[in-house]
Design a protein around this ligand. Structure first.
Ligand SMILES: Nc1ncnc2c1ncn2[C@@H]1O[C@H](COP(=O)(O)OP(=O)(O)O)[C@@H](O)[C@H]1O
Ligand SMILES: [Mg+2]
Length: 264
């Protein structure tokens, strides 16, 4: 199997739908027959909870904290992977709230996730990393490990500043590590078509990202319900009118990463 395609779902703004988009993109890739590893890198553990694994968030060590902060424990990552019906999950943990300063002290502060993923990633077609809502070491680790990003954003003017900050940060990271992080797409999320500002922002985003796909996801109770019930729309809300959007993202990612649909 070739190297997995890795994708960091990132935006330092909270509540834009990183977790919702990441889980549904993972669900779409699973539908296309791919093996997906989902990494919950947010110390708040929303994805871990939204995938029905709330109890492991409080579990005793080792956790993601240990494999990221102690090079001698990196290989224990395989002990941490859990099976969800749609994907494998590397869950977050309460200890992750203390990982930022640990990473600052470590020698290769931005590379720890990449180094630990090496022990498990060969089993997967895709690795989807759900980022925390701040620009710090964890975000650097996600961006460095994936070197590809999918950016959820709200159809609000506040998103302009969020993009600016994110791209400044990515530019700096590219220089520091001699890498070239790629934008795989923008997902404008929680769109309320009744708001005029929404349409104006969608147009602005489409103009700003002329070479990058821009997808549009509506504000829908079904998305919220699926997450509360521990899976993607594909399992929990198969009649949702937003499924075609995520199917299209899955199809497009396969094209970008030269993957074939692998229906069982
Ligand atoms: N398209 C949507 N329609 C309705 N609710 C949504 C949608 N996308 C996200 N949400 C909800 O909005 C909240 C924030 O989304 P979340 O994915 O947790 O954002 P982030 O990970 O960026 O902080 C969550 O309660 C989530 O269920
Ligand atoms: Mg989140």
């Amino acid at each position: 199997m070739p190297e997995p395609a890795k994708l960091a779902v990132s935006n330092q703004k909270g509540g834009v739908g990183k977790t919702a988009v990441a889980i549904n993109v993972a669900g779409a890739l699973n539908q296309r027959g791919h093996d997906v590893l989902f990494v919950d890198l947010d110390p708040q553990g929303n994805a871990t909870e939204n995938l029905g694994m709330r109890s492991v968030y409080d579990k005793d060590p080792p956790s993601l904290f240990d494999v990221l902060s102690d090079p001698n424990q990196r290989d224990r990552i395989s002990e941490l992977v859990l099976e969800h019906q749609e994907m494998d999950l590397l869950p977050s943990n309460i200890d992750m709230t203390a990982v930022e300063p640990e990473l600052t002290l470590s020698r290769r502060s931005g590379q720890q996730l990449a180094l630990t993923l090496e022990y498990v990633e060969d089993d997967y077609d895709y690795v989807i990393i759900d980022c925390p809502p701040f620009l710090g070491n964890l975000m650097d680790n996600a961006l460095y490990a994936a070197q590809n990003t999918l950016i959820p954003a709200l159809a609000e003017t506040t998103s302009k500043r969020a993009f600016e900050l994110l791209f400044d940060h990515i530019d700096a990271l590219n220089k520091d590590y001699g890498i070239q992080i790629r934008e795989c797409g923008v997902v404008v999320n929680r769109i309320d078509v009744r708001k005029r500002q929404a349409q104006e922002m969608i147009t602005w985003i489409e103009d700003a990202f002329d070479d990058t796909p821009v997808w549009k996801v509506r504000e829908r109770a079904s998305l919220q319900r699926a997450l509360t019930n521990g899976a993607s729309l594909f399992v929990e809300e198969p009649d949702s009118d937003q499924i075609p959007v995520f199917e299209d993202i899955g199809k497009n990612l396969d094209r970008q990463f030269l993957r074939r649909e692998a229906k069982p």
